[in-house]
Design a protein around this ligand. Structure first.
Ligand code: ZN
Length: 346
């Protein structure tokens, strides 16, 4: 691969020439194998313009670590696992050191440190970390169970943090649980959810991603654009992005639990008075990290935005009415994603 981007030129000690001189810091798309899977990621390296073609590239230990972390985080995103930054953020929520968090969870003391630097967590560990993030009450229970592992002042300071997080995230937790309860019957990958379990983090990120780029995004259009994102992702990659399940509705595809989606704490929605009805206007949530969406997923969203940005609600409804997935299903029936394979061209 010869494609690269120049990041900057920099004076450093070049191990190829054995002296300090100006080299190029570059980045390019590279592939590596992680857990038997091919991962495409951004790799940084140095280029020495003074060396011959045989050997004119090098890296440093620091750059190697950045590249590795980058590759692993790309893998994590593709598997819906927390990235190392997200694990650090969870720790910071409760002011915990790496060892503190490992003790709280009853894990080996080096476990968190490994997850933040090198190793990729198993799904069971990932689930536990998400519980810590989303449910301060569970943290309190864990703290009581493992109280003997902490000093008295540390116990008090962690409890303080739990209380702070309870007030701000208690509502968020409840709004998520309320949506999750609608999806308890879809806890396996199937045709209804497009081989993807409900992922509220990604759902919120998709809504914010759209709201940032689409003018006047209201509920009817958003619901269709969610279906198109999931359908296009399914068509291209055999899995959806959000894990939502959609039903055939008079206005097109409508996700199960749509009222609860609108009510999610991290969805920035404004109610506006419309003609006879209340309109739900969606706006960007600057606190959401768009990068939890993989590059593939962002490409899908960009394609959907390109297609429908200028469509009015009624136009996208009419467009959807012509889809085979819509025509082949009856009112209130679940629209299987196998039918979404045949969506009209983008
Ligand atoms: Zn050199």
């Amino acid at each position: 691969m010869n494609n690269y981007n120049l990041i900057r030129t920099i004076q450093i000690e070049c191990p190829l020439c054995g002296k300090i001189h100006e080299v190029e810091e570059r980045k390019r798309i590279a592939t590596t194998i992680i857990k038997d899977e091919k991962v495409t990621y951004e790799e940084i390296y140095y280029f020495c313009p003074d060396s011959d073609e045989e050997e004119n590239e090098f890296t440093t230990g620091k750059i190697e670590n950045i590249n590795l972390l980058n590759a692993r985080n790309t893998y994590r995103k593709s598997k819906g696992l927390l990235t190392s930054d997200q694990i650090v953020a969870i720790r910071n929520m409760y002011d915990l050191s790496q060892v503190d968090l490992a003790r709280l969870l009853g894990w080996g003391e080096a476990t968190i440190s490994r997850y933040e630097s090198k190793a990729i967590q198993d799904e069971a560990y990932d689930t536990m970390l998400r519980i810590i993030k989303e449910n301060p009450k569970a943290v309190l229970e864990l703290l009581q169970k493992n109280a003997n592992k902490f000093s008295a002042p540390k116990l008090i300071s962690i409890k303080q943090k739990i209380m702070e997080n309870l007030s701000s995230s208690g509502m968020e937790f409840l709004s998520r649980q309320s949506l999750e309860s609608e999806y308890v019957r879809f806890q396996k990958q199937c045709d209804a959810n497009g081989n993807t379990l409900l992922n509220i983090d990604k759902l919120e990120a998709v809504i914010s991603y759209y709201a940032k780029r689409v003018n006047n995004l209201f509920k009817v259009k958003l619901m269709k654009m969610l279906w198109y994102a999931d359908s296009l992702s399914f068509k291209n990659y055999q899995r959806t992005i959000t894990g939502l399940v959609y039903c055939h509705d008079s206005m097109g595809a409508l996700p199960i639990g749509h009222y609860k989606i609108v009510g999610l704490q991290n969805v920035n929605m404004q109610e506006e008075d419309g003609f006879e009805i209340t309109k739900y206007h969606f706006l960007v949530n600057e606190n959401i990290d768009e990068n939890i969406l993989s590059t593939e997923e962002q490409n899908v969203l960009d394609a959907v935005i390109n297609k429908f940005n200028s469509f009015k609600s009624q136009e996208i409804v009419e467009y959807m009415h012509e889809e085979i997935a819509y025509k082949k299903t009856n009112d209130k029936e679940i629209i299987p994603f196998s039918l979404a394979r045949q969506i009209k061209d983008f």
